[in-house]
Ligand binder design. Structure first.
Ligand SMILES: [Zn+2]
Length: 118
């Protein structure tokens, strides 16, 4: 009985953290520039060193020296991953500080997030 109660609490907490106040029209490149985190296809979160916008293409350099060239699309895999926070782990080589990851998980819940990117 008590076990069931505990599970219920966990679920409700999860529901709360899922709430997002995301601006749909937020530019993806600006978002990356702001968050400074990049979710690689492997599910590893990298620290972003630089973001270069070249027309429709974004060139991302991570702190561990990797380069990613992606389309500046809000509908891309990475954009989706960032929105949904589908990242298993953080890159050790990038040495992402804890506060940055915490900021990433909390700031995105704020309404102010979208407006500062405009
Ligand atoms: Zn890395």
């Amino acid at each position: 009985m008590s076990k069931n109660n505990a599970v219920k609490i966990e679920n409700s907490e999860l529901e709360q953290t899922k709430k997002r106040y995301y601006r749909k029209n937020t530019d993806f490149a600006k978002l990356i520039e702001k968050i400074k985190l990049w979710p690689a296809r492997s599910g590893v979160l990298h620290g972003v060193k630089s973001v270069q916008l070249k027309g429709e293409i974004i060139e991302i350099t991570t702190h561990c020296g990797e380069n990613f060239i992606v389309r500046n699309s809000r509908n891309s895999r990475a954009a989706r991953w960032l929105r949904n926070k589908w990242c298993g782990s953080a890159c050790r080589a990038c040495k992402i500080p804890d506060w940055k990851i915490q900021k990433y998980s909390s700031t995105m819940l704020s309404k102010q997030w979208g407006s500062t990117l405009q």
